[in-house]
Design a protein around this ligand. Sequence first.
Ligand code: ADP
Length: 691
Amino acid sequence: MRAHSLAYGILYVVLYAAGGLLFREHPLAQSIYGNVGLLVPAIAVCAIILRRRSEWAGVQRLFWDTFLLGMVLWIIGHVGWAFSDLVLRRPSWLQWHTLVALIARPHHGVRKGAAAAIAVDLTSYAMLGGFIYAYFVLVPSVVPAGQDLEGTLLAIVQVHRLLLLSCLVGAALVANDRRWSATYARLAVGVGIGFFLRISTSLAIARGTYHSGTLFDLAWIVPFVGYAWAALQAPPSPQEDDSAIETPVKSAPAIVSAIPVFLVPVVGFGLLRLQALGDPGDSFRILLTTLVTIAGLGLLTLRLSVQGGELQRADARLKLLAAAIEQTGDLIVITRIDGHIEHANDAFVKALGYSRAELTSKTFRDLIEPGFEQLGAHMTSEVRSKGLWRGTLLRRRRNGTTFPAGCTVVALKDRTGEISHFVGVERDVTDELRLRDQLVHSERLSAIGELIAGVAHEINNPLQTIVGCVELLLDQRPATETRDLELVRREATRAGQIVRNLLAFVRRNTPDRIVMDLNALVRATAELREYNAMQRNITVLTDLTPGILPVLANRDELQQVLVNLLLNAEQAVAADEGAGTIALRTRSDGRMHVFEIQDDGPGVPADMRGRIFEPFFTTKQIGEGTGLGLSIAHGIATAHGGALELVPTGRGACFRFTLPAYREARTDETLARPRGEHERLARHPNSPPRA
Ligand code: ADP
């Protein structure tokens, strides 16, 4: 139907003309045929608009609604006229206009928000049209001794049609939307042909040769066919129009609705003398002008309040959206298509360290680390093709430092569907990346642990055999010949100790955990090493938080951690100047208990900080260090749900050992002083082997 709508229209015109010829000899039948035939296209226009009405929204629906209203009024008028023509045999003329519909300028988009104000504008102009008709045609026709108005009416009709035609042609030329331009053109074709047909129809009316049902009726039928054609082919309103960027279309200022309101008194009072009717016609006109002016002022007030309400609503919505963008923790930046920053939210401004004013002069490239520019081009093409880009780029702050930012970039499109802006929602992912690195690191450590466990088991058995055999040989030989064998036994025992340490490194989850006091354990360990430290001119200071710090832990393992850390600190201080201080501190926030050990030795060089927890990493001489102490301690800490880390400090090294606090109050009998400290000491990987 839609595809052949024009063909159907032309067919109707031809059939109507042919039918008219058939009834040429029967005037009454021709009148009936003509009047009914005229109604058909008008009803068709109404039906098409009603059927498609839901496809349009905002001012586009308003545009077609105005046509619908115009056609309905025309039909009513035509029925009245047909009645006069057929029954009263006294033709009178009423022509209703659709010209005002163009004020809606539907090609500018749906503009739902502007529809109410434009509807008031349409009413104002329709009122002006009605006023002119009433002033020049209706009032003179009803007063006694009225003039011959047929000429005036025909002139008004012709002027109106010319105006409508030129407005439609103009609209078709200026419409920025090609589909709407075609719609205006279809309307213009119908109205244009109708304009010329109407000249001959008007002449026939003036000469009294007009008869309904003849070719003269095509002056109405052809424009209506054009309307129906245009309404069928008109583009539906786009669905996603709400999200499109409103390129600033100048919404008609209030003066547009003021024009007809001011024209009414100017025409009404100004022309009173030019085309005087005398009383009571002029009194009628004065009354009409006054009433219409008052109604017009009412409409103007309504228009202003509608517009004010719209602005307020739009303003409130904008404020809400702006607040949401400003207060979100994500970094939001909007750039123009050329890469210039259009807007950045507070979080972005803070993260980059530029002021808002400085940012507006920056481009996307200025804010990323050199080397990432290529990414910009890739991002643009991805957003164009897929509508979205996700990835990580390195943002550069004002002070030159950088941070990795996880970004999602989308495009904003204007109503024509062209990309006008890019919106980036970003997040500083430094912490996430660090966590990921830590995870990778600990995965690596646990893989090494597995490996060590296997190797340690394999070595342990031959070692036991060696030690056993050597001891047998020692028993069999006299004491004077055993020097070499003693050496073998000592070294084999040392190797055995290393293997045990390796096994301790991998076997962390011994089940016998009890509740104990971390403070008591630290105190005991300090006492244990105090004498040795004193001999090496090292002062051990303890600063323990008052009270009990209950932890659920394996006593042996925990003590091993403390001893490892303490021995490392002693070795570091001794290696430095041979005298110094080691401070042991504990504190708690109720949730986690913390033990810190700080020495004033040489500290850990920056390039080694990432490696000291790796198994076998040591800077000590062969025989002095195994490189397992910290990795064992780290493993124990992790297995207890805690952490061991090297924390930055002024001088020396500071290790922080964190353990989760034990919450239940079942600490009494288990909070005893740790036992067997001296034996535990032997578990330190660097302890001299026991002979
Ligand atoms: P080892 O003590 O056998 O070398 P660790 O795993 O205990 O093995 O320590 C690894 C490395 O960490 C040490 O070789 C040393 O370089 C460094 N380190 C550990 N504790 C300290 C400290 N308190 N001060 C300076 N460096 C330390």
